[in-house]
Design a protein around this ligand. Structure first.
Ligand code: ADP
Ligand code: MG
Length: 320
């Protein structure tokens, strides 16, 4: 895979367990080494198998100089947990707010309190992930990184949100409207400011992810028909959303060497390459580069294994 023309945002996405985190880590590390002047961040919102496992280093929330590379940082956020904390803050804000006006009575206040509590509980799906991604727009603004490699949670989540940004934005607007009625009450302005910031960062992230020049999406799949069907669906959603799908990686193909060593492996590789051919036919018309990566004999952890993994990505032009 190309290590020169790197976009500002490279998103790795696909179903769970296909090798997204590993591929994102391998890509980021290889770019960091090929281009020592480029400052990179690999950012994961996938709470499952983590960047820490891939790099065999504890990433925590932010780790600088990953695998000894001064130009590579890594960051891991569990959007669910992160957003739960945000909700907790909103909850205590609304409680404080209504506690401070509890002297006053009236149906309206009571109604507003209930409405606000409900709003905090009923946050729209996917807003957690996108809110966590909001962090990246700030990082780009601060010019801390030239490129951010994103490892996303299994597709559905992010896509669902991208399809319905209006839901999230109108949730914020409703919350704001209620809040503005109480603007003279302590902390209301503080909460309002935070909501404005949240809605800005949602809009900003949407703009970034759909920017054809700045962003590209790398779909990760496995050489099975089911995965092909899922990838076709993914490509359709991305096209509708205008998120630029530019590369597809079919991960875990039995290697040519392994195929020489056992009959079963040979048959398996043949079947997998047939599926890879179907991928190629399906995506030939679009401007998508297709790659395959072999199944490694071991789990891929640590810098050397990651670099080898990236080296093994080969352009797939058909199984002759
Ligand atoms: N080509 C490969 N060969 C062997 N193991 C792989 C390969 N790609 C990924 N793995 C392993 O598969 C597991 C799942 O990969 P991961 O990148 O966490 O998937 P995802 O992020 O899509 O859920 C990890 O243990 C990883 O080391
Ligand atoms: Mg993962």
């Amino acid at each position: 895979m190309e290590t020169k023309a790197v976009k500002q945002i490279v998103i790795f996405g696909g179903k769970g367990g296909v090798g997204k985190t590993t591929a994102a880590a391998a890509y980021a590390l290889s770019i960091a080494q090929a281009q020592p002047k480029r400052k990179l961040l690999v950012f994961s919102t996938d709470p499952a198998h983590s960047l820490s496992d891939s790099f065999a280093e504890n990433i925590g929330e932010l780790k600088r100089s990953v695998a000894g590379n001064k130009n590579l940082d890594a960051m891991e956020i569990d959007p669910g947990k992160w957003f739960e904390e945000l909700k907790q803050r909103y909850r205590s804000w609304t409680d404080d707010l209504f506690a401070s006006i509890s002297g006053r009575s009236g149906m309206e206040i009571q109604f507003d309190r209930e409405a606000m509590r409900e709003l905090v509980e009923l946050t729209p799906p996917g807003i957690d992930e996108i809110a966590a991604l909001g962090t990246i727009s700030e990082l780009l603004d601060e010019d801390r990184y030239d490129s951010i490699v994103l490892d996303t949670a299994p597709t559905g989540h992010l896509i669902r949100f991208l399809e319905l940004p209006e839901v999230a934005l109108s949730w914020i607007r409703t919350f704001m409207k209620l809040l503005l009625k109480y603007q003279n009450v302590v902390r209301a302005t503080e909460v309002a400011e935070e909501l404005v910031a949240l809605s800005k960062s949602i809009k900003r992230v949407l703009a970034l992810l759909t920017d054809q020049e700045m962003c590209e999406f790398v779909g990760v799949a496995i050489p099975e028909r089911m995965s092909l069907e899922e990838t076709i669906d993914l490509a359709k959603s991305l096209e509708k959303l205008k998120v630029p799908l530019r590369k597809l990686l079919i991960n875990g193909v039995v290697s040519a060497d392994a195929a020489k060593q056992c009959r079963f492996c040979k048959t398996r590789r043949k079947g997998q390459l047939e599926v890879a051919d179907e991928f190629r036919k399906k995506f030939r018309r679009r401007s998508i580069e297709l790659y395959i990566a072999p199944q490694q004999p071991h789990e891929i952890t640590g810098a050397t294994a990651l670099l080898n993994h990236f080296e093994s990505f080969a352009v797939f032009a058909g199984s002759e």
